[in-house]
Design a protein around this ligand. Structure first.
Ligand code: PFF
Length: 456
């Protein structure tokens, strides 16, 4: 098999970092992280999450970068080349499936963000709590469900338009503008939120841990949050790493991206919790936190004019964050199908788009038609759980095994040092291989097995 058929590269180092950070930073940081933090106690969850993000996350990210740049092709070929065996191709297939399934439910929330941006601009997002609640209930209830379906399809199509333009003109260019803008907006919102009276209670919730509340489930949630947030186990990073230049320093990239990801998640917490506490809103509102709580907070905590502009900024920020991530999910399938079917990105991208539009519509419909879904949950929840709690840990586990035990040390070292460009000290190397061979797979395995089989 001719592996190096991929002529696409990111043009610059900063473009590579921003595009990959753009994939990592998304609704996971701004919608999921505050939600899960709120439901799992606050500061203690954040500390465990930080541990997973830094130790497990950076290590697993590096393994995916190694497989991706070594493969210099789509994930299917990259895994086969790394494992030197066709059966590793199953990882590529799982990856494209996982990326497309995430895009399907993710585009529903992204669609809500677009709708709320529209509402914010037209002044319809603020008001009494009854108004706020009925707006959200209508969107996911039978009445406005077709709007919900249409906007998630719209979001997938916007993603498609950017992705088919190519790696440099589409993905890299979009990330170069969007990621810095997103960080600046979050800082502005975080400052506004933490200057509210009573905001300190939110900061205390975020930064003062109480370990008596920690259970095994907290570890599981923190681990799956870290996977989701860093886009691990989906081959998204394998795909992007195939676009890295030969001189990209993989270890440094992974560390930088993880830092950006953590900073954005904490900034999102600083934006949401102090404001929520200042108006007496409970932090564990669940997935609707940013659609029910935030409009309520903006209405109560700020003057009407400040509330109006801040809500526009907030939902604009969410749309940006969502888009940089959906681009990366779409790219997994687009690159794989275009190379394997020997067709253009437009044709391959259209296939991915059609699949995600159909699945996304079903996810949106599942809110008002509970029979679309299994085990008493909506299809939306099913896909969220199965991808972040099953597919992603399996993907990350398998990639660690591949890099730690299957690939030759020489090939791994060639990628780690970028062909002897960067030196690694002996202790750092030892630690890396120890983490990849033992710590990460064992930790992922234990937490995965305990939670799948021993908790309900
Ligand atoms: N990391 C993204 C977020 O935090 O929103 C979600 C994500 C992107 C998951 C890309 C998987 C993926 F392949």
């Amino acid at each position: 098999m001719k592996a190096d058929i991929n002529k696409n590269f990111f043009a610059t180092q900063i473009g590579s970092i921003l595009a990959t950070a753009g994939s990592a930073v998304g609704l996971g940081n701004i919608w999921r992280f505050p939600t899960v933090t709120g439901q799992n106690g606050g500061a203690e969850f954040i500390l465990i999450y930080l541990f997973f993000n830094v130790f497990l996350g950076v290590t697993c990210m590096m393994t995916e970068f190694i497989v991706g740049r070594n493969g210099a092709s789509n994930p299917l070929r990259a895994y086969i080349k790394a494992g030197n065996n066709k059966s590793w191709g199953i990882m590529g297939i799982l990856a494209i499936l996982c990326g497309s399934l995430i895009l399907s439910f993710y585009s529903v929330v992204a669609g809500w963000c677009v709708y709320y941006l529209y509402l914010a601009i037209t002044g319809g997002v603020l008001g009494s709590f009854d108004h706020i609640q009925s707006t959200f209930s209508a969107l996911i209830g039978e009445k406005d469900i077709y709007i919900c379906c249409a906007i998630s399809v719209f979001f997938v199509i916007i993603t498609h338009v950017i992705v088919v333009q190519g790696v440099q003109k589409g993905i890299e260019r979009a990330a170069k503008y969007m990621v810095p803008m997103l960080i600046l907006l979050l800082i502005a919102l975080g400052v506004a939120s933490s200057s509210l009276p009573g905001a300190w209670r939110g900061l205390e919730f975020l930064f003062k841990p109480d370990f008596s509340k920690v259970t095994m489930h907290t570890f599981y949630e923190a681990m799956s949050m870290a996977f989701f947030s860093l886009s691990l186990g989906t081959a998204c990073l394998v795909t992007y790493a195939s676009y890295f230049r030969k001189d990209a320093n993989i270890g440094k990239f992974a560390l930088q991206i993880s830092i950006i990801d953590v900073v954005v998640a904490i900034l999102a917490g600083i934006t949401i919790f102090p404001a929520a506490f200042s108006v007496g809103v409970e932090p564990d509102a669940g997935p609707s936190l940013i659609f029910l709580t935030i409009p309520n907070v903006f209405t109560q905590a700020f003057s009407p004019t400040a509330g109006y502009y801040l809500s526009i900024l907030f939902y604009f920020l969410l749309v940006l964050a969502a888009l940089t991530s959906t681009i990366s999910m779409h790219e997994i399938g687009t690159s794989l199908l275009s190379q394997e079917m020997k067709t253009s990105r437009t044709v391959a991208g259209t296939l991915v788009t059609i699949f995600c539009c159909i699945m996304g519509t079903l996810c949106a419909l599942s809110f008002s038609h509970p029979n679309i879904g299994v085990m008493g949950s909506t299809l939306f929840d099913n896909l969220d759980s199965v991808t972040s709690k099953v597919f992603m840990p399996i993907g990350a586990f398998a990639t660690c095994m591949l890099v730690g035990w299957v690939m030759s040390r020489k090939t791994v070292m060639r990628q780690l040092t970028s062909n002897n460009r960067y030196a690694w000290s002996r202790p750092t190397l030892r630690t890396f291989f120890f983490l990849v061979k033992f710590v990460c797979p064992i930790l992922i395995g234990i937490i995965f097995v305990v939670n799948i089989f021993f908790t309900n």
